[in-house]
Design a protein around this ligand. Structure first.
Ligand SMILES: Nc1ncnc2c1ncn2[C@@H]1O[C@H](COP(=O)(O)OP(=O)(O)O)[C@@H](O)[C@H]1O
Ligand SMILES: [Mg+2]
Length: 374
């Protein structure tokens, strides 16, 4: 039975960043009301919420308050106190995806074991150093490449902290699939996208849809992603990052238990955005169609390497003169080098045109900083 009735309208969001902001923007037309837990009242999502619960993501009392207020609570960042979530669930609160899934995902080694146990293809991994070359990963706390280190020889300095090792995959492309799975068990997958990374910052720089892969690879990637989400009993929208290895293997890299950077282009390019899909899924509404309506390239708008202070997008005028170019500015009050300040989605009838425009706009997506006021 759908949970979404006129008297079921309150959604709690843990975290106040851009993912929360885009979730709320998608949820307002569906009639939902939002409460956001975050310590910072200047966070992007707070200005759109009817309720701001000030508190850290490990603040048990604050988590309890927001979960009690909401009909269903979700999170837009995974660095949440899972014990507090579990306590809120025991008290009768509804948290989706469930705290147990988050606890598994937050330990990358446990996550890998869970996937391998479910016979999802993953890179070979080990708890003991297996010899060079290898990829060392911190079990906890990593994001955007922090917490991942390729070790090619003893000249590379290992990371400090509880970690494990993965086979260094020689990949042709990195792919991602957004999976939707609702409280009723209904599932959908979005078309496969390519993720490209900035070599200096190891941060996602571009996402390309449709992925330039064969139909059988497309089908296999979607099948693996769906199986991974089902294995972990994920409810909501979850993103599965994959490697297409040069030897033809498709391997699951990691799962994000929330809408994801690789799915931002679904806002303009797909029938239903990943954010709307997430809300449909956690409230038991029917899932929407995931069809790709147009080719699209998403470009992350990152802080310049030297940028600090108040963010500026000096070329916004030139950017917005263009057709098929959609700016999402997150409204963060401070810029830092490589911080995600916004994104631009370029849509076009064919992928070549979208790629060409995405290349042309790069200088226009530069974010600088300035200490002064307006
Ligand atoms: N086993 C691997 N082989 C080769 N490259 C990898 C491997 N694992 C991670 N990487 C590279 O490092 C990036 C970040 O790793 P990931 O595990 O996704 O961590 P994060 O949580 O920072 O996204 C990946 O997108 C990929 O480019
Ligand atoms: Mg990743």
């Amino acid at each position: 039975m759908p949970l979404a009735r006129p008297d079921f309208a309150r959604i709690g969001v843990l975290g106040g960043g851009q993912l929360g902001q885009m979730m709320i923007l998608a949820g307002i037309p569906l009639g939902f009301e939002f409460g956001v837990l975050t310590p910072n009242r200047h966070d992007p999502a707070v200005r759109l919420a009817t309720r701001h619960e000030p508190g850290a993501l490990d603040d048990e009392a604050a988590i309890h308050r927001i979960v009690s207020w909401a009909d269903v609570t979700t999170y837009e960042i995974e660095h949440v106190n899972t014990e507090a979530l579990r306590a809120a669930e025991s008290g009768g609160g509804l948290v989706l995806p469930r705290s147990m899934l988050l606890a598994t995902i937050n330990d990358k080694l446990e996550q890998k074991h869970a996937l391998r146990d479910a016979e999802i293809p993953v890179p070979a991994f080990a708890e003991r150093f297996p010899g060079y070359p290898t990829v060392q990963k911190l079990r906890r706390g990593g994001y955007d490449g922090r917490g991942v280190q390729v070790l090619r020889s003893d000249r590379d300095t290992p990371l400090d902290g509880a970690s494990y090792y993965e086979e260094l995959v020689d990949f042709e492309r990195e792919l991602a699939v957004i999976v939707g799975r609702s409280t009723s068990g209904e599932t959908t997958t979005y078309p496969v996208v390519e993720m490209e990374f900035d070599a200096d910052a190891n941060i996602c720089s571009r996402v390309i849809a449709p992925a330039r892969i064969t139909p059988s690879c497309e089908a296999r990637a979607r099948e693996i992603a769906l199986a991974a989400v089902e294995a972990l009993d994920g409810v909501g929208v979850l993103a599965v990052e994959l490697f297409l290895a040069r030897d033809g293997r498709i391997l699951a890299n990691e799962i994000a238990p929330r809408p994801h950077n690789s799915g931002h282009l679904t806002i303009e390019a797909c029938e239903t955005s990943q954010f709307e899909q997430h809300l449909r899924a956690i409230t038991g509404l029917p899932l929407g169609a995931t069809t790709l309506r147009t080719a699209a390239v998403m470009v992350n708008v990152l802080g310049d390497p030297g940028a600090h202070g108040r963010p500026r997008l000096p070329a916004i005028g030139r950017l917005l003169e263009r057709t098929g170019v959609h700016l999402h500015w997150y409204g963060k009050t401070e810029v830092r080098p490589y911080r995600k300040m916004g994104h631009v989605t370029v849509v076009a009838d064919d992928l070549e045109s979208a790629l060409a425009t995405a290349q042309e706009i790069l200088p226009e997506t530069r974010v600088t900083g300035g200490a002064d006021g307006r």
